[in-house]
Write a protein that binds this ligand. Sequence first.
Ligand code: SF4
Length: 72
Amino acid sequence: MRPVPTPRLHIDIDTGVCIGAGQCALTAPGVFTQDDDGFSELLPGREDGAGSALVREAARACPVSAISVREE
Ligand code: SF4
């Protein structure tokens, strides 16, 4: 059985909208973290969103729709 390729993603976090609720980091902790002020940021080296199912779930979980995800 061949592995299914995971699409590379482009993830945008609108830091002007983010309220630091933390749902993204809770939902996809391998991709998102929070800075010292609680605002969302991408973990270094994970900007392409490896683990796309969780990235999309994190975007859906954001209460202010600050995260957008598209395939590259
Ligand atoms: S879930 Fe949304 S509001 Fe909360 S930290 Fe993540 S991007 Fe910001």
